[in-house]
Design a protein around this ligand. Structure first.
Ligand SMILES: [Zn+2]
Length: 132
């Protein structure tokens, strides 16, 4: 077993259930997934790492039918509200059409393998799937 590595550094796989973590501004509470030197809202420079809820609600989505070569289409790019944190991610395990995807639908975090290297180390990405 060569193990698994997360595709992005804000996806945590080795601490209980898979979940996302965000950098939260200690001044105003704004959350960011990328590393920042200063908060975009208040320009404070102190951040703490916080776990993000794994269940959320679709706030907006786009069904993408054209993408770079090698990327299967169509797929659904969405903004998911996870307990107040806005997460940009693809919806997975759902038919990518307007009959199956709608604003306000309940979704939950899901991980998926996006490939493995020669040693068998698996890269793990994430998306959101409909919550049962
Ligand atoms: Zn701030």
């Amino acid at each position: 077993m060569a193990g698994q590595i997360p595709l992005v550094d804000y996806l945590v796989l080795d601490d209980g259930e898979p979940h996302l973590v965000a950098h939260e501004c200690t001044q105003c509470g704004a959350r960011f997934f990328d590393r920042r030197n200063a908060c975009a809202s208040c320009f404070a420079t102190e951040f703490k790492t916080v776990p993000v809820a794994t269940e959320g609600t679709v706030r907006a989505f786009t069904i993408v039918t054209f993408a770079a070569p090698g990327i299967p289409t169509p797929f659904v790019a969405a903004v998911v509200d996870c307990g107040g944190t806005q997460v940009r991610a693809n919806l997975i395990n759902v038919e990518p059409d307007p009959e199956h995807v709608r604003d306000g639908m309940k979704v939950r975090l899901a991980t998926c393998s996006v490939g493995a290297d020669a040693e068998g180390t698996e890269a793990i990405g994430f998306g959101f799937e409909p919550a049962a």
